[in-house]
Ligand binder design. Structure first.
Ligand code: S3P
Length: 426
């Protein structure tokens, strides 16, 4: 989880118009971000997306070498040998690094050259995408375009390269563990690591106001919150923020107002959650001047049915939200899936806000855009991927959660630690 460090006001804008990206680019000055690491560590895929997110030009040294030589790398190795390739690689690195800022994905051997390392140190920030052997091997085993792996035992070659190169890669300014998972997560890991390296500790600024938005910071009424965390899900124009903190339900109105000024909002919730939190959520919307309506369904998995889905759709339509309207899911995973699917399908897609009230929904189902209902043939068989525009995880709501529910959420949290983060697990 990152600290509360606002990327933007949840308006889905990427590139330098995004204040967080702008801060990073400004801290870079003329230096380039240079991704290093073994083959399969994700330098090119991460680099391309990172460049897009930061609004910087992207360079892939292998592609530059191939275009300069007019042939693929395998052919350069076959016709001229490795030494010739390395010399070309050194010259291409010098050319690319002569201007900045840029995002540069290097070939796995580039950083092993002392001259190149010195050049990167003076005109770039090196970011090592570090991965375990099994991760790398899984990613490269079926690819044939890497001449160094053309021997009898490519896995063994990869292991030897690791032994040889990892002590040198360790000189990088920043190290990021390359995990299996969506590329956008890798981009987020790199952005966060660069922020830690380049920027002073976050000062928890208030969210930036999108251009053209007439509401002032004061009017948004959202004071900076040191006790609230923001995790930014980087998905290009569908990027969104997850806010985590106590009391966020009370801020829902102002945060939704900021996300979608003038929009009407329909809350979908269940009877149990309605009894506990619907009045607070409604008051928050009313206080922010948002026109709202509420749909309350029975609690439990049974509500992820065609019947209830149809009822929710009809009730939402009755409130005439318009295509700019917001559907807000207030509850656990069932409500998030049901309301999200209604939002995905109504009016060919409405924006929706997740306000998860169980730990499991806060750490799992409210994030990632999976929505749907059950069919007689099985669970979640009718659904759609539809990303929320905002997630407000009010940790205060966990106080009313039965112990069994809390444990179910913690099991998921423990699982994340086991999968990819020993320190977090500990
Ligand atoms: C190499 C890695 C390759 C490419 C060439 C040599 C290496 O790039 O530059 O095949 O020495 O590790 P990737 O790391 O992008 O696969």
């Amino acid at each position: 989880m990152t600290d509360c460090f606002f990327l933007d006001a949840g308006n889905g804008k990427t590139g330098v118009s995004n204040p967080r990206a702008a801060a990073l680019v400004s801290a870079l000055g003329r230096r380039s971000i240079v991704l290093i690491g073994l083959m399969g560590s994700g330098k090119s895929s991460t680099g391309r997306r990172l460049a897009q997110e930061l609004g910087l030009p992207f360079f892939d040294t292998d592609a530059e070498i191939e275009s300069a030589a007019g042939m693929p790398i395998t052919e350069i190795f076959a016709q001229h040998g490795e030494e010739y390739f390395r010399d070309g690689e050194r010259r291409v690195m010098a050319r690319i690094l002569s201007e900045g800022p840029r995002v540069v994905a290097t070939g796995g051997g580039a950083f092993m050259n002392a001259e190149t390392r010195a050049r990167i140190a003076s005109s770039g920030i090196s970011v090592w995408l570090k991965a375990d052997l099994d991760v790398l091997w899984r990613r490269v085993r079926k690819r044939t375009h890497r001449p160094l792996l053309h021997g009898d035992n490519p896995e063994e070659i990869l292991r030897k390269l690791m032994d040889e190169r990892y002590p040198v890669y360790a000189e990088a300014d920043v190290t990021v563990v390359s995990r299996d998972g969506p590329h956008d997560l890798a981009v987020m890991d790199v952005i966060e690591a660069l922020e830690r390296h380049l920027l002073p500790a976050p000062q928890f600024p208030a969210p930036a106001i999108p251009p053209g938005d007439t509401t002032s910071k004061a009017a948004s009424g959202l004071p900076p919150r040191a006790d609230c965390a923001e995790v930014r899900v980087v998905l290009g124009p569908r990027s969104y923020s997850i806010f985590i903190g106590s009391g966020l339900l009370g801020e829902a109105g102002r945060r939704i107002q900021q996300l979608a000024p003038q929009a009407a909002c329909a809350i979908v919730t269940d009877e149990n959650v309605a009894a506990l939190y619907l009045p607070a959520a409604e008051k928050s919307l009313a206080d922010a001047g948002i026109k709202y309506s509420s749909v309350v369904v029975p609690p439990g998995e049974g509500s992820k049915s065609f019947e209830i889905y149809a009822k929710v759709c009809n009730d939402l339509l009755k409130a005439r939200p318009g295509r700019s309207g917001i559907v807000a899911a207030l509850g656990g995973g069932v409500i998030g899936d049901l309301a999200g699917f209604a939002a995905a399908t109504l009016l060919r897609g409405m924006r929706f806000v997740q306000m998860p009230t169980t730990l499991l929904a806060q750490v799992d189902s409210s994030v990632g855009g999976k929505t749907g209902i059950n069919a007689p043939h099985g669970k979640n068989l009718v659904g759609a991927f539809h990303q929320p525009s905002l997630v407000l995880a009010d940790t205060g709501t966990l106080e009313s959660l039965p112990l069994r529910e809390l444990r179910a959420g913690y099991a998921e949290v423990v699982k994340y630690g086991l999968i990819g983060d020993a320190a977090f697990f500990a």
